[in-house]
Design a protein around this ligand. Sequence first.
Ligand code: PLP
Length: 226
Amino acid sequence: MDIKANIQKIKASLPQGVRLVAVSKTHPSEMIQEAYDAGQRIFGENKVQEMTAKSQVLPKDIEWHFIGHVQSNKIRMMAPYVSVIQGIDSFDKLAETDRQAAKNGRHITCLLQLHIASEETKFGFTPDECTAMLEQGDWKNLKNITIGGVMGMATNTDNEEQVKAEFRNLRAIFDSYKERFFGDCPDFNTISAGMSGDYELAVQSGSNMVRIGSSIFGERNYNINK
Ligand SMILES: *Cc1c(COP(=O)(O)O)cnc(C)c1O
């Protein structure tokens, strides 16, 4: 795997303003360091323990994004260093992130994960649940977090029209929230959508943050810890 070449190729293909999260889950710190040396600074992980261990041995100016399913009792462990928690799917998790950020004298950005796929297995708020949470309004009292935007995953299918429609739906939800709830919040600006297999479609459909793993680091070996 030529990590540097992969990053350069992907970056060259992304329009201005689209940020790249290099998804390094399951890969060793040496490979992350290689990507770092190629200029990459944003990395995504989906296991808190693994991300924490890596954060301790890698350069401190890395921006760590947690992209996995968030468990409330694990937020405390990442609060000292995490930049963005992408998988927020309840008000309680926003509130817990706020508490833990305050304890650490930090500010943490949260993305609202929306269930946009037709598959049952993907986590996230339904759009109705998320809208109700925002309408309820208690999130405005959370001063140690920023709601930075939305995150979503499309259905894993070869049907490009379906995938594009799901991404466009995420974009439309973002636009409506921006108008209804975040008009005076310039930090509500991120649409995190697109992985190795579908990021071009995501970007065409309005994403401005892509999360790419295997096209940078190669296939994952899920038995790595066994
Ligand atoms: C693993 C993962 C990715 C990256 O997937 P690739 O297909 O390897 O690019 C992106 N987003 C989330 C939420 C993931 O868990």
